[in-house]
Design a binder for this molecule. Structure first.
Ligand SMILES: C[S@@+](CC[C@H](N)C(=O)[O-])C[C@H]1O[C@@H](n2cnc3c(N)ncnc32)[C@H](O)[C@@H]1O
Length: 314
């Protein structure tokens, strides 16, 4: 999802020039961007209320589900909220496929950079929930063995506290708060917390949807801290508009990544081209010349291996 950056960011402070905070009417306190987001919440609350009324008139009791919430946000984005560009259609398909293709093995988690209103966080949470439902049904995941217990499966990071609260609210409505957790702060400051909470090599999927100009720095930090498990999938949105040229260059040229650049249209904007860059992390030593490292069959025997630094044997 993205939004009209210029229009939205023009007025983030909410301060009217020349007026102290005490002199402002309530309408002036909120920036126009936040007021627009308020319209989204109002839409969701009104529709929820209508659903509840329908339920109390004797008909089948309608349930608020993640799919229903996503549909309502889509509807809002096509009507009143044209400024809200959701990652629908093809972009949503790529994300869904990426999540489905990563096994939910024990101790592996997913992370999203940039929650905004929690639309893609809800999509990701629902995809994970469906995997669990299927696993319980076919017996491949036992309830007692539930890897969901005690750990959130998706962490979404958001710098703007108002966005973060909205995302949490949308996730609550979607009944996905046990799967997705929203952390408030800058991605670069929160990445080290992933190590503390989940440990090294704990990520099997990353969705980059923060500011495109920081994608490469954030990726580099994930690499340095060894957070990505080999074959971790990284999906980066809006790589052409607003754009992330350094990131695209790095992931396309580096032998550590197997990369596909998908050219797509923005949701409901057939004239606007954008790219989603999808890459698989092949591991820290991918592409590094093997010279200087012993081949497995030449590996030292007996006690000699102890003299090799462990990183040379990986
Ligand atoms: C394009 S929106 C994300 C949309 C969301 N993924 C979706 O599709 O529902 C980008 C969000 O990233 C946040 N953001 C930008 N730079 C960030 C950073 N360095 N750290 C954390 N969040 C950031 C913005 O506040 C904004 O809410």
């Amino acid at each position: 999802m993205s939004y009209d950056d210029e229009e939205y960011e023009d007025d983030q402070s909410g301060q009217a020039p020349g007026l102290s905070f005490g002199q402002l009417a309530l309408s002036g306190v909120l920036s126009s961007g936040y007021r627009k987001l308020g319209m989204l919440i109002e839409h969701l609350e009104t529709r929820t209320y209508e659903m509840q009324i329908m339920g109390s008139t004797g008909g089948p009791r309608p349930r608020i589900t993640a799919d229903w919430v996503l549909k309502e946000i889509d509807k809002f984005a096509q009507g009143l909220g044209k400024w809200l560009k959701v990652a629908g259609d093809d972009k949503a398909e790529i994300l869904k496929h990426s999540i489905g293709s990563r096994p939910l093995t024990e101790h592996k988690t997913m992370v999203e950079f940039g929650s905004f209103v929690g639309y893609t966080a809800t999509r990701m949470g629902r995809a994970v929930e469906l995997c669990y439902e299927k696993g319980y049904a076919d017996g491949s995941i036992l309830f007692e063995d539930s890897r969901l217990q005690g750990a959130n499966r998706i962490t979404s990071m958001e710098i703007d506290p108002v966005h973060a609260c909205i995302a949490r609210h949308v996730l609550d409505m979607s009944r996905l708060s046990h799967i997705v957790e929203v952390w408030i702060g800058q991605v670069k400051d929160l990445i080290p917390r992933l190590i503390e909470e989940h440990g090294e090599m704990s990520l099997n999927m990353v969705f980059m949807d923060q500011r495109g100009t920081t994608f490469h720095d954030d990726l580099s930090q994930l690499e340095e801290l060894s957070l990505m498990f080999p074959n971790c999938r990284i999906v980066a949105d809006n790589c052409v508009k607003p754009g992330s040229p350094v990131y695209c260059w790095h992931t396309t040229v580096s032998e550590r990544y197997k990369t596909t650049n998908y050219s797509l249209n923005e949701f409901l904007e057939s004239t606007i081209e954008d790219w989603q860059v999808v890459c698989d992390y092949l591991g820290p030593l991918a592409g590094v010349p093997a010279a200087g490292r012993p081949s497995p069959w030449e590996a030292p025997r007996g006690e000699e291996w102890r003299s090799y630094p462990i990183r040379d044997l990986r």
